[in-house]
Design a protein around this ligand. Structure first.
Ligand code: PAF
Length: 280
């Protein structure tokens, strides 16, 4: 695997690949790779000649300093995993390489970046959009792969690509789960053993939401779900909302013609977990 620390080295390598007509599948990450990332990389390798990944803990998408500092960093282990699955290129820049100057770009994605994560993590999606656009410009992938766990992020990246006419196809991939239902996330390693036992409750409650839809009012179902989660002393719901899959806006009435998704962010000890489930 070719490991590039600089933008120019990556661009040179990518230019050679593109000249020889190779298609590039790209999986951007912040490292601490788990089976969810590996599944994205494997999907990328099925549909492209070359697989590229990036590991960059993007400081401008963290709205809490502590969260950035505590983000797991496991570079050696990550490189080993990437080599094992025969990833061709890893772009692993330093912060100064990505942001030699203060970032001034400001995106507006309408409702998409105002609700849920956007409301609770101001500036987060702007930071994601800035870094993903820059990564796309450097790696020039034909296709880029994103997990559905970060559903709102996926919608924002799709909107950015469409708004700016970026020449990359965004491929959504299903959330990978542990056998007990917990969505795989780099943050899971920060859960204590006791917290880890409680964490699958989130997915169980999301399933409960799905079962209740159609028979109850949406607001009632949301209330029920928040209550179920807050019943656990260790859990603190930041938000749990049932929204349209396309616009992320609140459905007006039932029956709703568009499909719905329930999205939640829940604090468990010092770890913030997000998850979602498409309802119909
Ligand atoms: O989902 C992530 O890991 C990050 O938000 C991403 C897309 C790599 C941008 O930093």
């Amino acid at each position: 695997m070719k490991i590039c620390k600089t933008i120019s080295e990556t661009q040179d390598y990518v230019a050679k690949l593109r000249k020889s007509g190779k298609s590039i599948g790209f999986v951007p990450t912040m490292g601490a790779l788990h089976a969810g990332h590996i599944s994205l990389l494997k999907t990328a390798s099925l549909n492209n000649d070359v697989v590229a990944s990036s590991i960059f803990v993007n400081p401008i998408q963290f709205n809490k300093k502590e969260d950035l500092q505590k983000y797991p960093r496991t570079l050696e282990d990550d490189i080993r995993k990437l080599e094992e699955i025969e990833c061709d290129l890893l772009f692993n820049p330093d912060v100064d390489e990505m942001y030699p100057e203060p970032v001034l770009d400001r995106y507006n994605f309408g409702n998409l970046d105002k609700v849920m994560e956007g409301r609770h993590r101001p500036g987060h999606f702007n930071g994601v959009a800035v870094v993903v656009r820059k990564l796309f410009e450097i790696v020039k992938p034909d296709r880029a792969y994103f997990g559905m766990k970060d559903y709102q992020q996926l919608k924002i990246i799709q909107a950015m690509v469409s708004k700016l006419g970026l020449p990359v196809q965004i491929i959504p991939c299903p959330t990978m789960r542990e056998p007990d239902g917990l969505a795989m996330s780099s943050r899971n390693v920060r859960l204590t053993a006791d917290e880890r036992k409680i964490a699958p409750v989130i997915f169980r409650v999301l399933n409960g939401v799905r079962d209740r839809m159609g028979q109850h009012d949406i607001a009632e179902v949301e209330k029920w779900a928040i209550h179920q989660l807050n019943n656990y002393d260790e859990l603190e719901v930041e938000y749990l909302e049932i929204v349209n899959t396309g616009t992320l806006s609140k459905p007006n009435s039932l029956p709703e013609p568009n499909s719905l998704i329930v999205c939640a962010a829940v604090n468990l000890g010092k770890v913030r977990l997000i998850d979602n489930l498409v309802i119909n």
